[in-house]
Design a protein around this ligand. Structure first.
Ligand code: FDA
Length: 306
């Protein structure tokens, strides 16, 4: 999230047709995606996970896909996660978990179908942590409801909360009560001002407040931001309150701020990287471009050179 959401909206409108054009020409599109996406196959995701583990960094696999419109597609997405979980076990990747999107597991088709698919993934996980991404605001109510229902039967599940949403303080209050695992991100979707905070400083203030609430109330906090000021603030809070290491970790998106990852690792902090893989990288890539105008100029200039 960079700058006001209005500016992000303009960038979004530029990014979408650009990415669409590049997707139409598979070659440049794929080259462009490779900065943020590990590859199109599970093998690519596993290769990235092993490489990160070798550097002392945890992995979180995300099989790309969202907003599926048929039960068969939702089932296929659940199958892909079950395969990923089996591969994590079979290949002995020591520190890897997964992250799912509920619209990928069928939330747009039916809530019950989505719940069934997520339960199947959780059963296959057998103790490996399953995180739920947070998507656009229209899904937040159903995502919270599903999270609470699933967590009642299996504690190995966590949820992303977006600091830009006005509602998030109440949502954190609701879920953190009994020690939930919360990934805190700024939020990556284009939302209107009555739904989301629109100024950068306000989103950061909300981030710091929500993070402090999760840690003070006994929750586990995944600090999912590349923002150096927020990372420093989190480090100070953790030190001042002597928060035990197993109750927090710093998280990054694949391909972003490797320098900060190394710094945190060097200082002895736990670090994990979110690894997207799979052929459906278009919406993910559009969000990564929209949140940072420099990425668009970088890709346009690369394209011109081609
Ligand atoms: P900010 O946008 O201010 O960026 C801080 C710095 O990070 C920039 O100055 C730049 O150096 C670098 N940076 C950030 N984005 C970059 C980019 N695209 N390309 C290159 N450099 C970049 N969102 C959501 O809505 N639902 C979710 O489930 C998740 N899940 C998630 C997991 C993890 C592990 C992370 C790190 C992030 C998410 N997000 C997310 C995305 C999040 O909401 C947000 O859009 C991005 O992290 C960008 O915001 P920052 O907090 O990094 O700050």
């Amino acid at each position: 999230m960079t700058g006001s959401l209005f500016r992000q909206g303009i960038i979004w409108l530029t990014a979408k047709p650009l990415v669409r054009t590049l997707v139409a020409e598979r070659g440049p599109g794929r080259a462009m995606a490779s900065r943020f996406v590990a590859g199109e196959t599970l093998d690519d995701g596993m290769r990235a996970a092993r490489a990160l583990n070798a550097r002392g960094i945890g992995a979180m696999l995300d099989h790309l896909g969202e907003n599926v419109s048929s039960p068969a597609q939702a089932q296929a997405a659940a199958d892909a996660y079950v395969r990923a979980l089996r591969r994590i076990e079979a290949m002995g990747v020591p520190d890897a978990n997964i992250s799912v999107k509920l619209t990928q597991l069928g939330l747009d088709v039916s809530y019950d179908l989505c719940l069934e698919n997520t339960e199947r993934v959780l059963r296959a996980a057998g103790g490996t942590l399953v995180m739920i991404d947070m998507e656009a605001s229209e899904y937040v109510d159903r995502t919270l409801e599903a999270f609470e229902k699933l967590r009642a039967n299996d504690p190995n599940i966590g949820l992303c909360i977006q600091s830009y949403l006005h509602r998030s303080a109440a949502d954190v209050d609701r879920i953190v009560r009994d020690g939930a695992i919360v990934r805190l991100a700024k939020g990556a979707y284009l939302e209107p001002p009555d739904v989301a905070i629109h100024d950068r400083a306000g989103v950061s203030r909300a981030y710091a407040r929500l993070g402090a609430t999760v840690l003070s109330r006994g929750g586990t906090l995944h600090i999912a931001t590349h923002d150096p000021a927020l990372i420093e603030g989190a480090k100070r809070f953790i030190a001042a309150r002597e928060i035990p290491r197993q109750r927090y970790e710093f998280q990054f998106l694949y391909g972003i701020r490797r320098d900060l990852q190394d710094q945190l690792l060097g200082d002895g902090y736990p670090v994990r990287v979110y690894i997207p893989y799979g052929p459906d990288w278009y919406p993910y890539l559009t969000r990564r471009l929209a949140e940072r105008p420099a990425n668009i100029w970088f890709f346009v200039s690369n394209l011109m050179r081609r």
